[in-house]
Design a protein around this ligand. Structure first.
Ligand code: ASP
Ligand code: MG
Length: 450
């Protein structure tokens, strides 16, 4: 069996859902389980309305909810022809929307949005997208079976970002889904939503539908997991900055993690870990162009793959240089520095050190001034804003001679700082000025992807 996950843009309107049905139909012989996100922007709207209600703006929240209802009804009307099925569907959606309105009213009366209310309200996004899609599938002759993920995706009590309980998920997912799949049904389930052991609704955190797909794939030992989205796969660089980019056909989990981390927004690597650990391949595919092959993410790719897989970058980076003579021949100094970042919950990406200097990059400036003033008590601190971080990724960098020479050779005209060969030896990163970023990326891309 396989798991097919469709993101928000793949269910954003009736045409998208119609396409989705054809894609699923073409894979029926592989026994698919379908995992869905909410229709695009629905989760944002629900969160926003919940916050509006808590802030005393119930009328505005209700207006936005009314628009969201219109969108769901329009999608349904565009998809389902049979009058009885359509009116049943609209009736169910209307009940959901009146529940949402009741919840918003409660939030507004209390002037407070508890995490539990938040979760209840956002859960409707996936409940509604799966309701509509499974109905559309039935009308198209697919034997869909709508199930509630909260019965088998079990997390701890952290309601807004539940930590999956792997053994419970495995047991319950097998019990709930295996027989139906064997009997020829196509289970349609909500991504993102879950519940704790005591039945309290939880969610897996933003973007959590990919996580659901990989958990279900893991539990059912799927042959593969397909993440259907609106791009052709992972690319060798950001096409908004570089010309001539290509789709990466095969990538290891380790490489994918480096690339996603540095800004390719296709999926969060953590979410596919359960699948990759079980050696289940994860495909990234484009639901607007299903015939395009896409990218496959594997636990491991062979040594004769290309040495460089992608050139990624992160913008609006701040570099902080921390200088002190006291660092010379002393111990405990680095701990002292990192304690400051720790206290201000600021994560550090790149670190380079010399005898008397530590340089770090930060992508969050929220506590910059506080950090600076605390560090200034024992070191000289200088801050450079608006820098860019470039990251050349490929697991065969570690086995190939001369990659660094090649990189820095083509960049000899640029001022490059904070050069770092990641400790996993699969990425070479460095910092450049913002206005040089595009040139640098293009030069590197031309060098490695000619
Ligand atoms: N609908 C949820 C979100 O927008 C989960 C997902 O799309 O993966 O975060
Ligand atoms: Mg997503």
């Amino acid at each position: 069996m396989i798991v097919m996950k469709f993101g928000g843009t793949s269910v954003q309107d009736s045409e998208a859902i119609d396409r989705l049905c054809s894609i699923v139909r073409s894979k029926l012989d592989r026994q698919p389980v379908v995992v869905l996100s909410a229709i695009s922007k629905a989760t944002d709207t629900l969160i926003n309305c919940a916050n509006l209600a808590a802030a005393g703006e119930l009328a505005k929240a209700n207006e936005d909810i009314e628009n969201l209802k219109t969108r769901h009804i329009e999608i349904s009307t565009g998809l389902v022809e049979d009058e009885t099925s359509l009116s049943e569907l609209i009736q169910k959606l209307t009940i959901y929307f009146s529940e949402i309105t009741d919840l918003l009213k409660g939030v507004s009366l209390l002037s407070e949005l508890s995490p539990k209310s938040h979760v209840k309200i956002v859960s409707y996004g996936e409940l509604m997208s799966t309701l509509i899609t499974s109905c559309a599938m039935k009308e198209r002759g697919i034997n869909s079976l709508l199930l509630d993920s909260r019965e088998f995706i079990i997390t701890d009590n952290n309601v807004l970002k539940g930590e999956p309980n792997i053994s419970e998920i495995t047991l319950r997912t097998q019990n709930t889904l295996s027989a139906s799949i064997q009997n020829g049904f196509v289970p349609v389930i909500q991504g993102f939503i879950a519940s704790s052991m005591d039945g309290t609704p939880t969610v897996l955190g933003r973007g959590g539908s990919d996580y659901t797909a990989s958990l279900v794939g893991m539990a059912l030992n799927a042959e593969e997991i397909q993440i259907w989205t609106d791009v052709d796969g992972m690319l060798t660089a950001d096409p908004g900055k570089v010309t001539g980019t290509r789709i990466i056909s095969k990538i290891s989990f380790e490489e994918a993690a480096e690339i996603t981390y540095f800004g390719a927004k296709v999926l969060h690597p953590m979410t596919i870990q359960p699948a990759v650990e079980k050696n289940i391949p994860v495909w990234i595919k484009n639901s607007r162009s299903p015939e395009t092959e896409g990218t496959i993410i594997l636990n491991y790719v062979s040594d004769n793959e290309k040495e460089v897989k992608s050139i990624s970058c992160k913008e609006n980076i701040t570099v902080m240089n921390i200088f002190s003579m006291r660092m010379l021949n002393s111990y405990g100094y680095l701990r002292k520095i990192f304690e400051v970042f720790d206290r201000h919950k600021t994560s550090v990406d790149l670190i380079t050190t010399s005898e008397v200097n530590v340089s770090v990059t930060l992508d969050n400036n929220e506590y910059l001034e506080d950090i600076k003033s605390e560090l200034s008590e024992f070191a000289k601190v200088n801050v450079e804003k608006d820098k860019s971080l470039v990251c050349v990724v490929g697991s065969n960098i570690r086995n190939t001679k001369g990659i660094a020479a090649k990189i820095f050779g083509v960049l000899s005209d640029y001022n490059i700082t904070m050069i770092s060969l990641g400790s996993s030896l699969i990425n070479i990163s460095f910092v450049v000025d913002k206005d040089k970023l595009k040139d640098v990326l293009q030069k590197l891309h031309d060098t490695f992807f000619k």
